[in-house]
Design a protein around this ligand. Structure first.
Ligand code: T46
Length: 138
């Protein structure tokens, strides 16, 4: 599955911690957009879509959140609870975000500007497209 965890450097001193994210060293794409999700109630599940081309890195800068990443062939549930690491998600991966802690802030770095046409929100449609996409990738 085209996902991976990315570890960011952390600078710790007596004043606290600082995590720098440099596009050229750690992020495998040019960052065109940043957004963050917070104040999500614990029983809320978000996402339920794939992107056709968009690449993203998800960083839980406060609290915790679980991410389901899924293709027609495999699925993983990943706990994000460390502001020093990010989850890279490539194109054509179904995602759902759930179990946000009360203090969760999910920061997302994205490779493209917001484009509604890049979303696939119907799972059956996603499954068909992903099977073709993954066949071509081999
Ligand atoms: C993703 C996951 C991790 C904008 O106007 N601009 C934006 O850049 C974004 C991301 C969203 N919006 C609007 C569109 C909707 O009216 O914000 C509203 C909520 O977006 P959505 O329902 O798509 O949020 P999630 O949490 O389901 O998904 C978001 C991203 O959209 C998506 O790309 O991968 O976070």
């Amino acid at each position: 599955m085209n996902i991976k965890m990315i570890e960011f450097p952390k600078h710790i001193d007596k004043y606290g911690n600082l995590v720098p994210i440099e596009e050229k060293d750690t992020i495998p794409f040019k960052i065109k957009r940043v957004y963050y999700i917070y104040d999500v109630e614990q029983n809320v599940r978000r996402g339920f879509h794939s992107h056709i081309e968009l690449e993203q890195v998800l960083i839980c800068v406060s609290g915790s959140v679980k991410i389901l990443v899924k293709t027609p062939y495999e699925e993983k549930n990943i706990l994000l609870n460390n502001p020093q690491e990010g989850l890279y998600i490539g194109p054509m991966i179904w995602r759902e975000m759930y179990e946000f802690s009360e203090d969760a802030v999910l920061l997302v770095l994205a490779s493209e500007h917001y484009k509604v046409e890049d979303y696939i929100r119907d799972y059956d449609k996603y499954e068909k497209m992903a099977i073709d996409y993954l066949k071509e990738e081999k």
